[in-house]
Design a protein around this ligand. Sequence first.
Ligand SMILES: NC(=O)C1=CN([C@@H]2O[C@H](COP(=O)(O)OP(=O)(O)OC[C@H]3O[C@@H](n4cnc5c(N)ncnc54)[C@H](OP(=O)(O)O)[C@@H]3O)[C@@H](O)[C@H]2O)C=CC1
Ligand SMILES: O=C(O)[C@@H]1CCC=N1
Length: 258
Amino acid sequence: MVDVSVIGCGNMGGALISGFARDGEHRVTAIDADPDALEAIEADSTETTTDLSAAEGSEVVVLAVKPDVVATVLEDLELSSDQTIVTVAAGVSRAFVADRTDATVVRVMPNLAAETGDMAAAVTHEGLSEGVRELLETVGEYAVVDEELMDVSTAVNGSGPAFVFYLIGAMKEAGIEGGLEPEQAETLAAQTFKGAAETVLRDERSVDELIDAVCSPNGTTIEGMEVLWDSDVEGKVIEAVQAAERRSAEIAEEFDDE
Ligand SMILES: NC(=O)C1=CN([C@@H]2O[C@H](COP(=O)(O)OP(=O)(O)OC[C@H]3O[C@@H](n4cnc5c(N)ncnc54)[C@H](OP(=O)(O)O)[C@@H]3O)[C@@H](O)[C@H]2O)C=CC1
Ligand SMILES: O=C(O)[C@@H]1CCC=N1
């Protein structure tokens, strides 16, 4: 059991709270300035409050506010050295947070799939406590990385869900154009992404070998793959990830200048 407070219960903080509640093991205090945000995650929280000082008793404090609010929250937050802050703000360095608190600081790049226990997260070596590991295991899988890899991680697994939603949307649209009902097309497209992701994670074959396994000789898939291989789709996906990575580095530079 970990006693955890989450400050900022919007999209990301709310997803983490719902994920932490999944096994019913943890004590979760939800803290947000906005009572509507608290209402939305009340059922998954042990306690909800607008009072920042409620975090002072927690072993782990997740800071899930927008990057430009991090400094203001830290100014008003009195934590001790036996507590750990998990900072999830894109582009905000561990040092920026550590300079403003007595608590140990670990930086995590999470994603919205925390809500269903399927989160992919990157976490820094520094500050990674047993309590934080326990929480991350409750909501999915994580990789321990050097902090300099946080920009690319932010793009791949932090922003990544949006890129995948976009691709699911395209597959759904094709299904609708072919005559499926929108609801059917969404289920078939989304479940196909889920199944394919599970296969990549569990199967020892490479991505190229798996593509091969779907392409029956003279069959249907190879016709679609030829279209993709002849196009610039792979390049565009890489460009999208790189654009997000660049923006993360840019935000980090803005914080370095403060
Ligand atoms: N969204 C995502 O998929 C991901 C987000 N992140 C990071 O998570 C952080 C939060 O992002 P996201 O959840 O999208 O943002 P949201 O705006 O959805 O959530 C932030 C929440 O914090 C509240 N808040 C603002 N100021 C305070 C304060 N002083 N004290 C307590 N609560 C406050 C906001 O209230 P109000 O709306 O009233 O301002 C809002 O409810 C960001 O730093 C982002 O980089 C990381 C990975 C993925
Ligand atoms: O778009 C953003 O800035 C945040 C960080 C990663 C995902 N969402």
